[in-house]
Design a protein. Structure first.
Ligand code: SF4
Length: 220
């Protein structure tokens, strides 16, 4: 009985590491990243394929211990798709209880409703260039709060035009902050910046700080 209860509090963890937050609101802050194993999507540009299958099962308490050990204020729960593991919800709740500033990076394909209200949710909108646009869970949009962020990774001019139309169609700019990022090595950052300015688009341009600093080095 006790063993069964403990098993219910386990997570499959690909890596836990300390770095600078490279994206979204907490960009630049020292942050502990908890990367959960597994993702039901297969975005064409995915840079964390190594998290699809590899990982060790850890008790929730062991994860919390390791996070505390870094002494950082910010924690980012990411993947893969972290919400694919139901115990991710418990992890988020416990991290908030312990006073961390918690963010969640999620694909936008799964239900964000049960996520603890204290968590800042960074939700992807998959563009056609990702080849996973059919997975966008439109029902999530009604759940977004001002502290949440919607992230578009733009792979081409066609993706940019699609994203602009999608924002308007779903009234997303009024719901939360919108992030537009150029897909790494696919769209020139300067071109995307120029398109946004030319259209007076109310979105926040961002580059992935960790990619600028460290390229594709894992664990950074
Ligand atoms: S949702 Fe994220 S982790 Fe999953 S395939 Fe797409 S980019 Fe990779």
């Amino acid at each position: 009985m006790i063993e069964a209860a403990l098993k219910t509090e386990r997570l499959r963890i690909n890596e836990i590491f300390h770095s600078l937050q490279g994206e979204a609101d907490a960009v630049g802050y020292p942050t502990v990243f908890v990367r959960l194993t597994g993702c039901p999507l297969r975005c064409r540009y995915c840079d964390t394929e190594y998290a699809f299958h590899a990982g060790d099962w850890l008790d929730l308490e062991a994860v919390l211990d390791k996070v505390r050990g870094y002494g950082a204020r910010h924690v980012c729960v990411t993947g893969g798709e972290p919400l694919a593991q139901p115990n991710c919800l418990k992890l988020l709740e416990r991290l908030c209880d312990q006073g961390f500033q918690v963010s969640l990076e999620t694909s936008g394909a799964l239900d964000i409703a049960p996520v603890d209200a204290r968590v800042s949710r960074v939700v992807d909108v998959k563009t056609p260039g990702s080849r996973e646009a059919a997975r966008n869970r439109i029902e999530n949009f009604a759940l977004l709060r001002p502290r949440d962020q919607l992230k578009f990774v733009i792979c081409s001019r066609e993706d940019y035009d699609w994203s602009k139309a999608f924002l308007l169609e779903h009234g997303l700019s009024e719901r939360c902050r919108i992030l537009f990022s150029p897909s790494y090595n696919e769209v020139s950052p300067a071109a995307l910046a120029d398109w946004i300015l030319a259209d007076r688009l109310p979105v926040r341009f961002q580059l992935q700080l960790h990619k600028i600093l460290w390229g594709d080095t894992p664990g950074k």
